[in-house]
Ligand binder design. Structure first.
Ligand code: AMP
Ligand code: GLY
Length: 428
């Protein structure tokens, strides 16, 4: 079948890499894609929320499946747009309905959902301009640190962990009274800070059945030793040594199964990925957040380890046979290291020519995924903060990460920065 993939990051390159290995995939189109996806299919200059242009493309290219990478088109209702259009109705859309995408699109919605279904998560309260004074009192009496979250999508910047009450009150004022994130911060969730190690679990579901397709640990801070500013993710490893059968059993029985039962009970239409952002608190998993998509850079380690045909899984999700699917994983560990532009996550320059991509890709058991790149006059250039995700397999995380770094050391562009310690705490 002909498939359209929406997005332009490392996640999308990894999904494209995986999908083009399927004999069910005839032609792959990527909108808008990057220099890496251009090697696997046809990039189209269409924005991920330009539903009219996406519709036109689906009709012209006889698309039978649309795979949605990022959250924005999902929260804006791309699933519903397709199901309500007679000409697009028969196309399989991998992603939830707008209502179900609120699990990511509204922190207040997801917290209430977890409460209704007794899913373990941090204690919280929500406030708007209407009960602003009550919010101030709630903050003043809250233990420290305290977590403030803008309710809506805020490009990953809507969460603040405040270590003093003064800071928390200032952030609260900024979000509610000064509309720091526009409508997204009309409502603010204030919650308890959870300590522990954060991990990501990925599920594919049709709203009734589900399959776990992988898990990973992301390294979110810019600096080595997990220091400095938060980023979209500077590296990832999978599998995570402490996520053994007993831990995963808890994740499944306390979190995944009740979430899927909750979706079904509330008739929330969901045909897609759920990303469970979890905190391992002394061996007890708790939900930090839901996302209605795959993670980035998690996808760059999850897809290399997933042996099952992904397009066949999407078809099974659509035709009611997902429960019968056979999920198998590569036994090897996989690590990915992100090469970022100098200055990221602050301001950085673009358009730097990238050299050494072929030499890096020739590295042992290495996959070079493009994140922020574009092709101009036959030269691959930087086009974002996170530029490349270099993934490698190894017999354990230490070896995989070492191989990823070694392959990455072949790549050069002005200002290149990457963490040299991805997987450090699992060193063997
Ligand atoms: P979110 O957008 O909800 O994932 O929050 C972004 C990041 O903030 C998470 O990935 C965590 O690292 C951190 N975070 C969010 N909520 C909490 C919490 N309740 N306790 C500790 N850290 C949190
Ligand atoms: N790596 C975290 C995310 O994709 O949200």
């Amino acid at each position: 079948m002909n498939i359209l993939l929406l997005g332009s990051g490392g996640r999308e390159h990894a999904l494209a890499w995986k999908m083009t290995q399927s004999h069910h995939c005839d032609q792959l189109f990527i909108a808008p894609g990057n220099a890496g996806t251009a090697q696997l299919g046809t990039n189209l200059p269409i924005g991920v929320t330009d539903f009219a242009a996406i519709r036109q493309c689906c009709i012209e290219q006889q698309i039978q499946m649309v795979v949605v990478g990022p959250e924005e088109p999902l929260v804006k209702g791309i699933y519903d747009f397709f199901t309500h259009d007679p000409e697009l109705q028969s196309i399989i859309v991998v992603g939830p309905s707008a209502k179900a995408a609120q699990l990511e699109g509204s922190k207040a919605f997801s917290k209430k959902f977890m409460q209704r279904h007794q899913i373990p998560t941090a204690a919280y309260a929500e406030f708007t301009a209407e009960n602003y004074e009550a919010g101030r009192s709630y903050i003043a009496a809250h233990s420290l640190p305290v977590v403030l979250k803008a309710d809506g999508l805020a490009a990953g910047k809507g969460v603040v962990i405040a270590s003093t009450h003064e800071e928390a009150l200032a952030v609260f004022e900024e979000m509610i009274l000064h509309k720091q994130f526009g409508e997204a911060s009309n409502k603010v969730v204030i919650e308890e800070f959870l300590t522990g190690i954060e991990v990501s679990v990925f599920v594919l579901t049709n709203g009734t059945d589900y399959q776990i397709i992988g898990h990973a640990k992301d390294y979110k801070r810019i600096g080595e030793g997990d220091t400095g500013l938060n980023t979209g993710g500077m590296g990832c490893v999978s599998p995570v040594p402490f996520m053994d059968e007993s831990f995963m059993q808890k994740v499944e029985s306390r979190i995944i199964a009740p979430t899927i039962r909750g979706l079904a009970a509330e008739e929330l239409t969901y045909h897609g990925f759920i990303f469970f952002g979890l905190m391992n608190r002394h061996g007890e998993p708790m939900v930090i957040e839901y996302n209605c998509r795959m993670g980035d850079p998690e996808t760059e380690v999850v897809m290399p380890r997933l042996q099952t045909d992904l397009v066949a899984l999407f078809a099974a999700m659509d035709n009611g046979t997902l429960a019968d699917a056979n999920i198998s994983f590569d036994e090897r560990a996989c690590a990915t290291v992100i090469a970022a532009s100098g200055g990221y996550p602050g301001s950085y320059e673009k358009d730097k020519p990238i050299e050494g991509l072929e030499q890096a890709a020739a590295g042992k058991d290495t996959l070079v995924f493009h994140a922020g790149t574009r092709l101009q006059d036959n030269t691959v250039r930087t086009n974002g903060g996170r530029v490349l995700a270099v993934s490698a397999y190894g017999t354990n995380i230490t070896q995989a990460a070492e191989q990823a770094r070694q392959s990455l050391s072949q790549i050069r562009f002005e200002g290149i920065y990457y963490r040299k310690d991805i997987g450090y705490e699992f060193e063997v």
